[in-house]
Write a protein that binds this ligand. Sequence first.
Ligand code: GLN
Length: 286
Amino acid sequence: MDGKLTYYEVYREGAARLGEADIEEAELDARLLLEFVCGTDRNTLLVHGERDVSEEEYGRYCGLIERRAVHVPLQHLTGEQDFMGLTFLVNKDVLVPRQDTEVLVEEAMKHLHDGMRILDLCTGSGCILLSLLHYSNDCEGVGVDLSARALSVAGKNYEIQRTQRPDMKARFLEGNLFEGLEDRFDMIVSNPPYIKTDVIDTLMPEVREYEPVMALDGGTDGLAFYRRIAGDAGAYLNGGGMLFFEIGCEQAADVCKIMEAAGFREVEVVKDFAGLDRVVYGSWFG
Ligand code: GLN
């Protein structure tokens, strides 16, 4: 290359390559990768489409496009994902934060008061717990995950979030759900693995091949973690404390039943922006 390729030409080439590779949002991803490589934003690319891309940038861009073309998730290439207006580091050891999960955070926030203690089970990147702490005052959070690798990502995200909120109080613990916890909480939140084991092979390659299966596999009927968490949660909640779950869109009736059988009251279902059941929550009165 003679250094004469422009933003616009490079973007068109990337979008065409991703289109050929059947990447769902080829144009969007081609643009986001170009912004990432050139350290620029959407407006600059639009307004200054005729600007030259350096040889070094073009080389890096083509490398990333080739990796995206084999379905490596965009967020694994950029290393980050925005969630609740905050930016979180991600890698292959954690589930990429989903927009669906913002519904869980927003619902929990309606019931979160200053000074509460929050437990996040299967915390992954820590995005749920850290968002709740970011948008509240004097709360204290504990995030638990079975994966030490996930916790290393959560720990980095905590450090980053603390640069904006130095008063933020969180601890991240390696463990199997409630194992090793001794104290009680006012709120438990969880986006546990909830995909039926048999279904995992049918998910899109980005998820199936690149995201951690332990963050997805909810057992034969997808409900294993709801049973375990709801069954034990009462012993870790203060009176009036609440349990919030993200669910798969066909699991609302089952999860409501599981929570009611475990002794939760005022169990409610909340829909996501697509109109699908996405959150179930309830209260514990001992
Ligand atoms: N919503 C995730 C997906 O799209 C699943 C998350 C989970 O199992 N908790 O695959």
